[in-house]
Design a protein around this ligand. Structure first.
Ligand code: NBP
Length: 477
């Protein structure tokens, strides 16, 4: 027998993905650098479906039907290149290498180009949902050629998560690195979502004066409304968890230094290169970074802050409702920024990404899955060339309804000294976009003053320069 698909790299992700294929009726060839992992997989889960355990690269490739579909699930970076170099010489034109790791899209573009010369389809594929998703249905973001998707699509659709309406959470995102790019932005949005939730929690704790268990209840309630999402759901779980060793709320015994693996940082780095303002995502990345500066935080603990003035019971309840508004409005802004980055990447690299389809495949399986994504899809379905999510009537109206509360929450946060960089960045972005005039005009004046960088005028075409050091007359540049 031959396998319809092969998976090499059998750590948590690869093992679960292989099992997912097998459980869906595919014969799966499995391989890992260290063969004991391959044997362990087949011993433990061999009863779930048809696996072909292989030890050498040659055996692995020989076990695959043609054109071959070979999934790589190894550590991103050099290990991925090493594995490609090991397998590519054994493959033939028309074969497909699917990289399901968290590769940087620029690496994916390079690998795709190199392998294309050999006639091999390289399919950089974003996979979200962690180990649970890999086993039971992830959100899958494949890039690569259209031809490869014709062959792979049906299999990916089978193993993917399904949205509430039954649609598989996978689509051909676009050529070469498009899939990994979209996965990167997904993770950036995930960082922003988590930061905003963290700020909402801190406000409910420090301004409303609520204990974690009570805040968990509030998140549970929110999860039945428009904020309904996986991250809100697990937030309630984490907040209601009590540490067995101390009897304290779990959230109070965990060290408050957030770690990161780098995809959020990439989202911001690439946004800077593309000139896309993803301020909410950037604040989320910086907030994690700040939390890790233990010595700096220690040295700053004595700095002056405002006097604490917790709210009374009735005020606190009203404040909690406001926080929901602020969280929702800020979330709309993060997604606006994230989708702007996807649109900019698509434009820069000629990917022609369907933004509505991207929001649709994030509805299930992935970490940011949420009812909200249906709304985003509806917005892009109604108008594919939407300049921004904020230009969608429904979102604009919702923010209009939320804005008073949003501002009040930031007033309270500022007054009480609770850091809310995510909420604040989102509101600043919103206010900047709707502003009639921005101080950018003054910036241009300063630039022209010190560097003769020239400026454009509101009333006439052309580039101008003022002779600042002379008689201050204006000349055409
Ligand atoms: P790891 O990222 O921990 O990678 C371990 C695997 O890489 C093992 O199979 C290991 O083989 C193999 N490997 C390494 Br390391 N260097 C190799 C080399 N030079 N040649 C061949 N194989 C090599 O595994 P993971 O957590 O399952 O993640 C796999 C990929 O999926 C990563 O790119 C990750 O970023 C991505 N991802 C992870 C998640 C998640 O929730 N964990 C979610 C989405 C995507 P060995 O057994 O012989 O050491």
């Amino acid at each position: 027998t031959t396998a319809q698909i092969g998976v090499t790299g059998l750590a948590v992700m690869g093992r679960n993905l292989a099992r997912n294929f097998a459980r869906n009726g595919y014969t799966v060839a499995v391989h890992n650098r260290t063969a004991s992992r391959t044997r362990a997989l087949v011993e433990e889960f061999g009863n779930e479906g048809d696996f072909i355990a292989t030890e050498t690269a040659k055996e692995f490739v020989a076990a695959l039907e043609r054109p071959r579909r070979l999934v790589i699930m190894v550590k991103a970076g050099d290990p991925t290149d090493a594995v490609i170099q090991e397998f590519a010489p054994l493959l033939e034109p028309g074969d497909m290498i699917i990289d399901g790791g968290n590769a940087h899209f620029a690496d994916t573009r390079r690998r795709e180009r190199e392998l294309r010369e050999q006639g091999i389809h390289f399919v950089g594929t974003g996979i979200s949902g962690g180990e649970e998703g890999a086993l039971n249905g992830p959100s899958i973001m494949p890039g690569g050629s259209k031809e490869s998707y014709d062959s792979l699509g049906p299999m990916l659709e089978k193993i993917s998560a399904k949205a509430a309406d039954g649609a598989p959470c996978v689509t051909h995102v676009g050529p070469d690195g498009a899939g990994h790019f979209v996965k990167m932005v997904h993770n950036g949005i995930e960082y922003a979502d988590m930061q905003l939730i963290g700020e909402a929690y801190q406000l409910l704790r420090d301004v409303a004066g609520y204990a974690p268990a009570r805040i968990a209840e509030i998140f549970r309630t929110w999860n039945t409304g428009r904020l309904d999402s996986y991250l809100i759901e697990i937030t309630a779980e984490v907040l209601s968890h009590v540490d067995a060793a101390t009897g304290e709320p779990f959230v109070d015994v965990v060290a408050d230094q957030a770690e990161q693996k780098g995809t959020g940082r990439w989202t911001v780095q690439i946004a800077l290169d593309l000139g896309v303002p993803v301020s909410g995502i950037a604040e989320a990345v910086f907030a994690r970074s700040l939390s890790g500066h233990v010595a700096l935080r220690e040295a700053s603990r004595g700095l002056a802050g405002p006097k604490a003035s917790p709210l009374g019971e009735a005020e606190a309840a009203a404040f909690a409702d406001r926080v929901e508004q602020a969280l929702y409005a800020s979330k709309i802004v993060s997604y606006t920024q994230g989708f702007h980055e996807v649109a900019a990447g698509s434009e820069e690299y000629g990917w022609d990404i369907d933004l509505g389809a991207v929001s649709a495949i994030w509805r299930g399986g992935c970490i940011i899955r949420a009812a909200f994504l249906d709304r985003i899809r509806a917005a892009y379905d109604a108008r594919a060339d939407l300049p921004s999510l904020l230009s969608d009537e429904t979102f604009a109206r919702e923010i209009a309804d939320a804005q008073d509360d949003w501002r009040e929450v930031l007033v309270a946060a500022t007054r009480q000294g609770v850091p809310t960089p995510g909420f604040a960045a989102a509101l600043a972005y919103y206010d900047a976009l709707r502003a009639e005039r921005l101080p950018a005009a003054l910036t241009q004046g300063q630039r022209d003053f010190f560097g003769a960088h020239t400026y454009r005028r509101t009333d006439r075409d052309g580039a101008f320069h003022t002779l600042w050091g002379g008689d201050r007359s204006e000349v055409t540049a």
